[in-house]
Design a protein around this ligand. Sequence first.
Ligand SMILES: C=C(O[C@@H]1C=C(C(=O)O)C=C[C@H]1O)C(=O)O
Length: 406
Amino acid sequence: MGGLRARSERAELGRLLEHASPRSPLAIRRGADGIVGRGEAMRMGFRGPDRFVDAARAWREVAAAAEVDDAVGVPGSGLVAFGAFAFDDASEAESVLVVPRLVVGRRGDDEWVTWIGADGDADLPIHETAIDEVRVELSDGAIGRKRYRAIVAEAVARIRAGEAEKLVVARDRVGVLPQDGDVRSVVVGLGRRYPDAVAYAVDGLVGASPETLVAAHRGHFFSRVLAGTAARGATPALDAEIAEALAAGDKDLREHRYAADSAIEVLRGLAPDASASEPFPLRLPNLWHLATDITGTLGDRSTLDVLSLLHPTAAVAGTPREASLRIIRELEGIDRGRYAGPVGWVDGDGGGEWVIALRGAEISPDGAIRAFAGAGVVAGSEPEAELAETAVKLRPITDALADPLP
Ligand SMILES: C=C(O[C@@H]1C=C(C(=O)O)C=C[C@H]1O)C(=O)O
């Protein structure tokens, strides 16, 4: 079999998402920028502890065999695959790389179309369809409010007993997407409310993530670690006070340090020149986070290679990593699927953009919806406060599902 052929041309586009399939859109958007895909030129599935390494190897082979004619030359043009990976090595959920037949993209003033296919495939025609609203209400899933409080209390007990230093525990909310429900409207709703986040839709996983695991182009990378959270204040004065307290608070700084240090250590191992900012308060529409930005040079390593080392950070698992994963499995007792795993895209050179699948939900082919949100627990954490934090973190997907086109 010959390799894939990819051809990118400049184009004038309307709304990117109107090019996607209503039921299974492929999209990675930040504000007006991003890429949207339709159809499948290739789909690869991976499972188990080697899923990232296997994906990196498979993608390298696909990219090496591909014939690419890219007249645009910006991040996201040329050959790309969208991907979503399971959180846990032991997950039942499949991790995927999907190469669309058609990609439409926008980056600043650049707009383009990419056609991808096997030898002899005809170009998929451009086909825009209006986006329908879908409205879904969520209710408690396997881990309701009461059980979540108990899980947080147990996590604190485990930490006090010396089994771990930090544990990120999550709860779920569930619903059902009506038949023919247009998932694109959820992506629009997320993008309108959280324009600085990355709105993602890949293989049923949708959400708006503020946390960039790794973005890389021509060997330079950026990574943003978030951990430590506070709700926004109702007045500007209160809001400023909250941000200041977050940046100075012992509990949140400690919680943040675990996550930032683990990411910095991994990235320095790959890129000795990696440098990190001091933790700073990052304002989102619904909450404040403590953030650390890390930048450096990656050389010719693929972003998929970086994922294999960086995932899961202590922002979504805990410290130490192995102990936290074991305890999370035990306390939550459910499969996180692809929640808190990497979601994003990769190009033929291994560049791309991967965020952590947070503030979102997984929509199964049968329409079952499961949203997750978690919070980092340390020795001083209180169940009621962590429950409230997860409620705020559930808001993006809850609001986008309840009122998708505000
Ligand atoms: C686990 C989630 O968020 C993570 C946990 C945070 C925290 O505990 O403060 C902050 C940002 C994310 O890294 C989630 O949104 O589900």
